[in-house]
Design a protein around this ligand. Structure first.
Ligand code: ADP
Ligand code: MG
Length: 676
């Protein structure tokens, strides 16, 4: 039987079971083998009954003393209890509402039971609903048993026994991680690993097996990402003869650059005269001064005789950059123009002609920049402001508008180092981990819905004192089966409750022009309280807004909350962020606490990753990575580094020399929407 065989071919898997497996995306024997357990239970050692201690989970081997006796304690509550014994003693076994359990035992016969020892009402030790099977031909006890991430439909026993069968029927598996790599990084062989990930002979072997699959998963991921990378990237780049001129500009700034900004600018200058094309990512929290860095580089570009382009993901952001560049360059002869999709045909024509003639030194725009009709006279520097990632292809298109221009990518989403290494492995990274001095951190509180009234009164009080506020909701409008807050309802209610306050509404389903007019109203102060969805995450800058309340805060990723929170605290006054959540889930509590104690985007993103286990794809999906089957990007960062080295050496030799690995990469690319 091959790995590609449908699981229907396995004994015991009929149509119905196959359908249940399909719900877990398991169609073939190979899919099944790569369905990894979430944990294991040690059922390998048998303990004498007399030595069993309350609270421990044990295996016992015992004979039936009396068949289960049924007793109704309430109308809907049947308790069946059975006594079993071994040489050392006797113990009670209990089942609830299981009429048929007594049919499964014979008096005097010997069975293995597995379960947790508790103390019953009368003070007797017992095991409730143990796992059991007849002694002599054990399949589910006597060893370490895998437990799979199941919800409903399939039982552990069914998956365990199907897995056992699949392991046997699949026979010898073909190894596809090259031997030299396995030897170098001490990665276990596939057959050993596959058996021990499911049915380990001991926990040491399990760990060795797990490491192999983590390595494998991360290796294939990175090889796949590499396949997607821009292959046209050039090794040679423009040389900027005069990088010192950048000082002329930085000296005019009304503030002293932070150490992190200076370091980043130095790195950019070094790249720009190296003769190699710069591919640099600048990561820094909102407000850390990335735009100031990019502007400096743009100034230097123009002084060296080239054009610069800056691409932003939205019109609002593009216009903001346009305004702030114009402002910064107001005392120079640098000509900044705007190019967006919503511009009138005549304006656009003019802009296009200025770009091609070279009259425009700097072009700020949206995706409109990468349209075919945009031609530059001499593009030397490209800035991509990625609140969210642009696709690799979009970046490549922008680069193709010049002859090897340098590229700077700005990201305001601090991501954990491990993720950065995967996502931006081909880029050099500068991190601005220092905020300009004098910034007051946003005071953050987490409250329950009971406090809502007080929260809104607090907002109202501040608004009446001349400030502005945001409220963020997870939903746009009312939806069936959801008691999550929606922006439309809430805006309406708040307008009624606080008739003296001008409430505005903004969400992603609105037309761009309507959004713009709401945004203008909020910027000018006409709107005092803005109820919105996460659309405001992207580049809204209203320094007078100093409070943000976030409804159903548990629904957002930590990095997203941090991003949202970055909208306040841009002015001089103390800013507040109030997270409203009724979830008493432990992880949610920890996540909210993280937000309350930290304003550091890098720390928060690390915690975000840490608090989500593997398979919980929020943290990874958000960044365009597929869901991890086994790797935990936080815990497994050491293996990540090894797999990275391995990926590099495979890429250098050419992945086509490793057809089996390539096959797996291609499969990942075709089933997952990686990155783009
Ligand atoms: P980012 O693009 O990282 O969000 P910006 O470059 O837009 O940050 O900077 C945010 C604000 O801080 C701007 O008003 C900018 O003028 C100001 N700023 C930038 N760098 C400094 C600095 N070193 N000292 C003081 N203020 C700064
Ligand atoms: Mg910015």
């Amino acid at each position: 039987m091959s790995l590609d065989s449908p699981i229907r071919y396995l004994k015991g898997v009929g149509e119905k079971r196959a359908a249940e497996f399909a719900k877990k995306n398991i169609y073939t024997v190979g899919d099944l083998l790569y369905f990894f357990p979430r944990s294991h239970e040690d059922r390998s050692k048998i303990k004498p009954i007399a030595e069993c201690i309350e609270g421990e989970t044990v295996c016992i081997k015992a004979k039936v003393y009396n068949l289960p006796i049924d007793r109704y304690v309430r109308r809907n509550m049947l308790i069946s209890s059975m006594q079993v014994f071994d040489d050392s003693g006797m113990i009670n076994l209990v089942w609830y509402n299981n009429k048929y359990v007594k049919n499964n035992f014979k008096e005097g016969e010997e069975y293995i039971f597995f379960g947790k020892i508790t103390r019953g009402k009368q003070g007797r030790v017992q095991i409730t609903a143990p796992v059991y099977e007849k002694a002599g031909n054990e399949r589910f006890t006597g060893k370490i048993i895998p437990l799979y991430p199941l919800t409903h439909g399939l039982s552990q026993k069914v998956v365990q026994s199907t897995m056992e069968l699949a392991l046997k029927d699949a026979g010898e598996l073909e190894e596809y991680i090259p031997e030299e790599i396995r030897n170098k990084y001490k990665i276990a062989e596939i057959n050993f690993s596959m058996h021990n990930i499911h049915f380990p002979s001991d926990f040491e072997s399990y760990n060795i097996a797990r490491e192999r699959f983590v390595f494998e998963e991360l290796l294939i991921l990175q090889l796949a990402l590499n396949e997607r990378k821009d292959k046209n990237k050039s090794n040679t780049g423009l040389i900027f003869d005069d990088v010192k001129c950048i000082r002329e500009f930085t000296d005019t700034l009304p503030f002293e650059l932070t150490g992190a900004q200076k370091r980043t600018i130095n790195e950019i200058c070094r790249d720009c005269r190296s003769g190699k094309q710069m591919n640099r990512l600048v990561q820094g929290d909102v407000g850390s001064g990335k735009t100031a860095v990019a502007s400096s580089a743009i100034y230097m570009t123009v002084k060296n005789g080239y054009q610069a382009a800056m691409m932003a993901p939205t019109e609002i952001l593009a216009r903001q950059h346009y305004d702030s560049l114009n402002d910064m360059f107001k005392d120079t002869n640098i000509n900044v123009i705007l190019l967006t999709g919503s511009m009138k045909a005549k304006e656009k024509r003019e802009a296009l002609s200025d770009i091609v003639s070279g009259k425009a030194d700097v072009v700020v725009g949206t995706h409109a920049l990468i349209q075919d009709n945009v031609e530059f006279s001499d593009l030397g520097f490209v800035v991509a402001d990625e609140q969210h990632r642009f696709g690799v292809e979009q970046r490549a298109k922008l680069l193709a508008k010049g002859k090897c221009p340098h590229m700077l990518i700005m990201s305001a989403t601090p991501i954990p180092r491990t993720l950065a290494l995967i996502l931006y492995g081909d880029l050099d990274i500068s991190i601005i981990d220092e905020l300009p001095p004098g910034r007051k951190p946003v005071k953050t509180y987490s409250v329950t819905a009971e406090m809502r009234k007080r929260v809104y009164n607090f907002l109202a009080k501040n608004i009446r004192n001349g400030m502005q506020a945001y409220v963020v909701c997870p939903l746009v409008a009312e939806t069936e089966n959801s008691d999550l807050k929606n922006a439309e309802d809430l805006a309406e209610k708040l307008a009624v409750s606080y008739p003296d306050i001008k409430v505005g509404l903004m969400h992603g389903k609105m037309k761009p022009a309507d959004k713009d007019s709401v945004m203008d109203g909020f910027s000018s102060g006409q709107i005092q309280l803005l109820v919105a969805t996460t659309v405001i995450e992207v580049g809204v800058n209203v320094p007078n807004a100093n409070i943000m309340a976030i409804e159903n805060a548990e629904r957002f990723g930590l990095s997203q909350l941090h991003q949202l929170r970055g909208r306040v605290g841009r002015g001089g006054s103390q800013a507040y962020c109030i997270l409203i959540t009724d979830s008493d889930n432990e992880i949610t509590k920890k996540r909210m606490e993280t937000m309350c104690i930290s304003n550091d985007g890098f720390y928060i993103s690390e915690q975000d990753l840490k608090l989500r286990g593997p398979g919980d794809f929020f943290g990874t999906r958000q960044h365009g990575l597929p869901e991890m089957k086994i790797a935990n990007l936080f815990e497994d960062r050491n293996i990540l580094k090894l797999s990275q080295q391995a990926a590099k050496s495979i890429i250098e030799k050419g992945i086509e020399n490793y057809p089996e690995l390539k096959k797996r990469c291609d499969a990942l690319i075709s089933t997952e929407i990686i990155m783009n």
